[in-house]
Design a protein around this ligand. Structure first.
Ligand code: BTN
Length: 321
């Protein structure tokens, strides 16, 4: 049974990004305008970015994340069967890890319309302004050796390529970034809790720049990053992308866990690599070395040929630029 507040939210989500008057909402829900006003205030307190638009009423001025809409399109067996959507949260990865520490729920998905302390790799900040990006974290409990966990990042990247193939020509910048024309569209943060031989849980966080305009990006990333809005010239429905990504990811992930089959992922990662064949810098601990990216091997490692070397060296983790 939905509360009045949830019903108001549902009406605003259905109407978004357009406004709905207090009077109209009152009629639709058969309640007073004062009750509508109270509900709106309470939703604002919860962190929903509702704006008042004078006599036009109230609006969510962006395309909101809507669990019901995601479910209509989601074709998964376990992934996202449990889902939690936050209007605002410090970080979905941090929250997911806190819950997983108590009880890891395989396939649980956390989504947020805004993160106030979004985390990137290597202690960096990840910007997720309200209604402009997708912040998604998923908890997995794969029975694979911890050394294999980095393959999960590659499965995410491959699933993202598949899920967006009809709308954009994206490439994978090994190991964690999705780029368009060299600019970052999406970042993946894989965090693992494990013993030497056993994984307790993995939290994979994905940040996708969906409807973020150039002006809305922090100045220091404007030249390095992009968004689907900037590439396509129009807003995209985050719910469709979320459902499509989760459905595709589960397909590749389940096959990998059941049979160890990593080939489909490897094929996509190779075909859509932004680095293979290019000169890159390999950044590891304190060193930054020039190399040529040659291939990705069966373990998901990047094979590189360092400057002045004939042999190829597999890189398990690190950063390339
Ligand atoms: C990177 O490129 O450095 C990784 C960025 C990962 C960002 C996502 S957004 C959802 C999840 N929550 C976080 O705080 N970070 C990840």
């Amino acid at each position: 049974m939905k509360t009045t507040k949830q019903k108001i939210l549902h009406l605003l989500i259905k109407e978004a990004p357009n406004a709905l008057s207090g009077e109209k909402m009152g009629q639709l829900l058969a309640i007073s305008r004062t009750a509508i006003w109270k509900g709106i205030q309470s939703l604002k307190d919860d962190g929903y970015g509702i704006v008042s638009q004078g006599k036009n009423g109230y609006a969510l001025p962006y395309l909101p994340i809507d669990e019901a809409k995601i479910r209509q399109q989601l074709k998964t067996h376990f992934l996202g069967q449990k889902m939690q959507v936050f209007p605002t949260i410090p970080s979905t990865n941090v929250f997911a890890k806190e819950e997983a520490q108590q009880k890891p729920e395989n396939g649980k998905v956390y989504l947020a319309e805004e993160q106030t302390l979004g985390r990137g790799r290597l202690g960096r900040v990840w910007s997720s302004p309200k209604g402009k990006t997708i912040a998604l974290s998923m908890v997995l409990t794969p029975e694979i050796p911890p050394m294999e966990a980095s393959k999960l990042t590659q499965i995410v990247a491959a699933a993202f390529v598949e899920a967006t193939k009809n709308i954009a020509d994206v490439q994978i910048k090994w190991p964690n970034d999705i780029v368009i024309n060299g600019k970052k569209l999406c970042g993946i943060l894989t965090e693992i809790s494990a013993e030497l031989t056993q994984i307790h849980y993995v939290v994979i966080g994905i940040g996708i720049n969906t409807n973020l305009s150039f002006e809305e990006m922090p100045p220091d990333i404007q030249e390095k990053a992009t968004s689907l809005l900037q590439v396509l010239g129009k807003e995209i429905d985050p719910n469709h992308l979320i459902a499509s990504f989760l459905t595709t990811f589960e397909k590749y992930y389940a096959a990998f866990i059941a049979t160890g089959n990593y080939q489909p992922t490897l094929q996509i990662c190779r075909q859509h690599s932004a680095v293979i064949g290019k000169e890159i810098y390999v950044i590891q601990q304190d060193s930054k070395r020039l190399a040529k990216a040659v291939d990705i091997d069966e373990k998901g490692q990047l094979l590189v040929q360092f400057e002045n070397e004939k042999k190829t060296t597999p890189i398990f983790a690190g950063e390339v630029s």
